[in-house]
Design a protein around this ligand. Structure first.
Ligand code: PLP
Length: 459
């Protein structure tokens, strides 16, 4: 029988978690059920998600930061369907695709002129793998320096520069010669780089895990230190790129220009996996040294036409709808609203980030009973408190958020850049109510932590 995809998905939409438990990732299915995220999503529009019961949710997670232009943007959809209608000859391989040439041209218009050559990848981790290889090859040096708490992806090379033991554990041996330093520790960076054997220093301008912001001073110092010691300065803007922080790229806040810029996530508007590595021609030509080595680093799906067209479409929407400016404005509103809540609620310790990449850190309260609840919850697990905020936000207020990292009490907001003042108000009102409830111990928010801890113990 001919496949009717709309009918198939429509009829079986509610089987999603069962199918995952049976065939895909049973542990993840269990987590979703435990925290009440076992929804059957049926539609997405802009910053909203809809489940099979027709309930509308505000998406403050945007697919881990890739739906910057919002879900199913009509202009992106139109451009993609126009392109599909062309029956274009994609991935001939022995060719120079027009689509990747056009996207490279557009990307170059938006970054400093020294980043004049583009290598296309399929994901954020592949952009990082590429940077590691390019750095080794271009400098002929063995070491890579990275930061504690860094997240650059989970394939072997990227994992070797991951700053969390949680992710690394069980996967050794990883790449040798990768050295962590603390984010912001210029003296440590200088000490490592002055040994003269460091190929590249890789960092996120704002770390995705925990939302730790690299200061302008550190970024400028690091760029200078790399230049002095002949180390490639590699900025991973996979998450901070394409308007997320209120500038098109986070590097613009400090004015640093990296030797290598890593991109992915929002580049395709969330439709197709895509990534890009932008570097100086000189670095590129140290890797691709001859005609014989012209594809010495490559991948079958790299420069896929659909991904390239999605990139062109997403960039044009970011421009036309002034979404970078909107990210800055909405980020400002969220920040000031959250700062006001911080003054009122002792559990909120810090609000940090830039634009629409915001981390809300909770901390041990001063008042006696609340502190008892905090200590109890943290004795059960160091990772549960954030979930006690995220779970009621979803269940009671239909807002999707996430906990940012393991063993920390940070809730992270990375909504689509299309959110409006109404969405900001909706979030702040809901968040206020959840945090207000969390200030009553014992109370329903704290019950969430003990329920989760019991689940964890049972496992
Ligand atoms: C800064 C950063 N780099 C790299 C990655 C890895 O990207 P991907 O999941 O596409 O491999 C991520 C993913 O969250 C990221 O935030």
């Amino acid at each position: 029988m001919e496949l009717d995809i709309q009918r198939l998905i429509g009829e079986r939409a509610k089987e999603n978690v069962d199918l995952h438990a049976a065939h895909v990732n049973p542990q993840f299915a269990k987590v979703l059920r435990t925290i009440g995220f076992d929804k059957s999503w049926i539609r997405g529009q802009g910053p909203y998600l809809y489940d099979t019961d027709g309930r509308e949710y505000l998406d403050m997670l945007s697919g881990y930061g890739m739906f910057n232009v919002g879900r199913n943007h009509p202009k992106v959809k139109k451009i993609l369907s126009d392109f599909l209608a062309m029956d274009h000859a994609s991935l001939v391989q022995m060719e120079a695709p027009i689509t990747s040439g056009l996207l490279a041209e557009e990307l170059k218009k938006r970054v400093p002129s020294s980043l004049d050559t583009v290598y296309f990848t399929n994901s954020g981790t592949e952009s990082n793998e590429t940077a590691i290889k390019f750095a080794h090859c271009a400098t002929r040096r063995p070491r890579i320096v990275y930061c504690h708490h860094a997240f650059h992806g989970l394939t072997n090379g990227s994992l070797s520069i991951n700053g969390e033991e949680f992710f690394r554990s069980g996967f050794s041996p990883l790449l040798p010669d990768c050295t962590p330093i603390a984010l912001g520790d210029l003296a440590a960076l200088n000490a490592e780089l002055s040994r003269g054997d460091v190929a590249g220093f890789v960092l996120e301008p704002i770390q995705g895990k925990g939302v730790h912001v690299a200061s302008d001073e550190f970024l400028r110092g690091a760029a200078e230190c790399c230049r002095k010691h002949g180390t490639l300065f590699i900025l991973d803007e996979v998450q901070t790129g394409f308007g997320r922080t209120g500038k098109l790229f986070a590097m613009e806040h400090s004015g640093v220009v990296p030797d290598v810029l890593l991109l992915s996530k929002a580049l395709s508007g969330g439709y197709v996996p895509v990534g890009a590595v932008m570097t100086r021609r000189e670095v590129f030509l140290k890797v691709f040294t001859s005609m014989e080595r012209c594809v010495v680093h490559s991948s079958t799906f790299g420069q896929g036409a659909f991904a390239m067209v999605a990139g062109l479409a997403a960039l044009s929407v970011l421009d036309e709808e002034k979404l970078v400016e909107n990210a800055q404005r909405m980020g400002g509103l969220l920040f000031s609203g959250l700062e006001q809540l911080k003054e009122r609620f002792e559990l909120i310790q810090e609000v940090r980030g830039k634009g629409l990449m915001i981390g809300i850190e909770f901390g041990r309260p001063k008042s006696f009973t609340l502190r008892m609840g905090w200590d109890l919850a943290h004795k059960m697990s160091s990772s549960l408190f954030g979930q006690a905020i995220v779970i009621p936000l979803l269940a009671d207020h239909a807002i999707v958020t996430q906990v940012s990292g393991h063993g920390i009490d940070v809730v992270k907001l990375i909504p689509p850049l299309v959110i409006t003042e109404r969405d900001v108000d909706r979030f702040l009102t809901a968040f206020e109510q959840v945090v207000e409830k969390a200030h009553h111990f014992p109370g329903p928010v704290w019950e969430v932590t003990s329920r989760l801890a019991k689940f964890a113990l049972k496992r």
